[in-house]
Design a protein around this ligand. Structure first.
Ligand code: PBG
Length: 348
């Protein structure tokens, strides 16, 4: 049989050949580890629906960060689990709120050697579980919430955040936060905007992790994006950039790879993608059942997110992937006779 001699298999013959033509790589520097810090506990608590992920004490969070740093994962994002909640979510901007305390301690311990990102929202702190304050009719009041986000941004910056990351999907939140930071002398603090954040079913385990239940069986479809819309995500991203976002995020990641690609084609800013709790939990559940090769599927998942165009990935897999890159655990589908094992890019 004859066909044009375009034999693509020639470059797939050995692992060494495949390696030199690989288009996508993951290094620990691409990863941002989410950390849950719970107020008022003495021991880290496992999270049932997120196997391997903990609610940390202040001390165990610092230990985890130290280990991540040694593995080359030098960026973390903090989520707080407060003891008390109220209708406004005041723990989110209280200087003694759990995230502010954690930021100060982490800054003291690690100086500038780690990037401390603070998730900026009130849902972990509000008694009703919404991402903003409610109006008289029980729906989230966009503009009243912006004032609260401004207070949180300044409190987080004062406590030592390197980047604030608003995740509440209020209109105008980036401009409001930019103005508040600039007005308080924090003009050099960047904003990572959760720009295209969908009202997703894949956040379930996260809400266990932060003990959030939305009141009256409510949901977030009034402010987060409709999964049916792609063009609208580009509107959200352009709006956030016009308001002064320094980095943008797409969330969740794998169900929205098309959005990551479109964002990559239409913008030149750094793009982060959040491989969310439900995406992680599905991998873990299938692995626990022996249905998939968990570590290989995890790596493939993150590769697909980078291939689509993300520069950074927020992921509960950060530590495991970094360990596998360093050979601490055999997670890479290793070639039988690799002469030259992959050398991870190490951070100081
Ligand atoms: C809101 C927030 C959520 C997540 C990150 N920030 C939950 C939500 O919007 O319901 C989800 C992250 C995940 O599922 O891993 N502050």
């Amino acid at each position: 049989m004859s066909f044009p001699e375009r034999r693509l298999r020639r470059l797939r013959r050995t692992e060494a050949l495949r390696r030199i033509v690989a288009e996508t790589t993951i290094t620990p520097a691409d990863l941002i580890a989410p950390l849950f810090i719970r107020e008022g506990i003495d021991e880290p608590q496992p999270i049932h629906s997120l196997p391997g992920v903990m609610q940390h004490t202040l001390d165990s969070a610092l230990t985890e960060m130290d280990e991540l740093r040694q593995l080359g994962v030098t960026a973390v994002i903090f989520f707080g689990v407060p003891l008390e909640k109220d209708p406004e979510g005041s723990g989110a901007w209280d200087p003694n709120g759990i995230v502010q305390v954690a930021l100060r301690r982490a800054r003291e311990r690690f100086g500038d050697s780690m990037v401390l990102i603070a998730d900026l929202c009130v849902d972990e702190y509000t008694s009703h579980g919404h991402c903003g304050v409610l109006d008289g009719k029980g729906s989230v009041d966009n503009d009243a919430t912006l004032e609260i986000y401004q207070r949180i941004a300044v409190a987080q910056a004062e406590a030592g955040a390197d980047i604030v990351a608003p995740s509440g999907m209020m209109d105008g939140q980036v401009a409001a936060i930019r103005a508040a930071l600039d007005g308080a002398g924090f003009g050099d603090i960047p904003i990572l905007a959760y720009a295209a954040k969908y009202a997703s079913s894949f956040y379930g385990p996260f809400r266990d992790a932060v003990d959030v239940t939305i009141a009256d069986g409510g949901d977030r479809r009034g402010y987060q994006q409709d999964p049916r819309n792609g063009r609208e995500a580009m509107e959200e991203i352009q709006a956030d950039l016009a308001e002064g976002a320094d980095l943008i995020m797409v969330k969740p990641a794998i169900p929205y790879l098309d959005i990551i690609l479109r964002a990559r084609l239409e913008t030149n800013v750094p793009i982060a993608a959040y491989h969310v709790s439900g995406e992680y939990a599905m991998l873990k559940a299938a692995e626990a059942n022996g249905w998939i090769d968990g570590p290989a599927a995890a790596l493939e998942s993150l590769i697909s997110i980078k291939r689509a165009g993300a520069d950074l990935i927020l992921t509960y897999l950060a530590r495991a992937i970094a360990e596998s890159l360093h050979g601490v655990r055999p997670a890479l589908p290793a070639p039988p006779k690799a002469i030259d094992p992959p050398t991870p890019e190490l951070e100081p």
